[in-house]
Write a protein that binds this ligand. Sequence first.
Ligand code: SF4
Length: 219
Amino acid sequence: MTGGSAALRIAARLPDTEAEGPYLRYALWLQGCSLACPGCCNPEMLSPHGGTLVGVEALLREIREAPGIEGVTLLGGEPFEQAGPLALLAGGVRRAGLGVMAFSGYTLHELRARPGAAALLAEVDLLVDGRYRAAERSSRRRFVGSANQRLHFLTDRYRALDDGAGGIGAGEGPVEVRIRGGALFVSGAPDAGLLAALRAGRREPDGDARGAGPPLTPT
Ligand code: SF4
């Protein structure tokens, strides 16, 4: 099935990042999340009315043209709150020979009971699940924000990366800082001190401190 006229409400996208999963990836931040975890790192992505509507077919073209990527990472926001059109996108990604990694604030158990989630789950190779809990924030595992979150190898694609300790490598993952259109765009999981410094360092002419793009892997 193709994306047809289906569209996704997205907050941001990067065609080339090593900070949101293994290898070089295209990262897609979905707009909207109803879970409202205290300490959510991307509060500007919670409203279901923000972001930009982009057609699935247009996104697929962009992904296919992204040079050198191994796969796509879906994060946000909450990817599974747009599961229908996102399943179409993820299916197209996998038919192009690319891998799919997804971060969800819902646990796998919750997703298996969630109406409409099955089609997207069927297209995900690697899932990081569970709410972000600020009190359990940890940089022990690469790409994973809090200790309660779990990795699920839903296919064999990334299974060789399983380090046997609940992750795909120990220690902090890379942090990338870019300037896009005059704004800072931060991906990966900077520690709180670095993030605060980045936010403080970016002041708009009217004096308002603004967010620094997608600052953390939030879910
Ligand atoms: S941390 Fe993730 S799951 Fe929690 S509110 Fe933020 S985007 Fe949603």
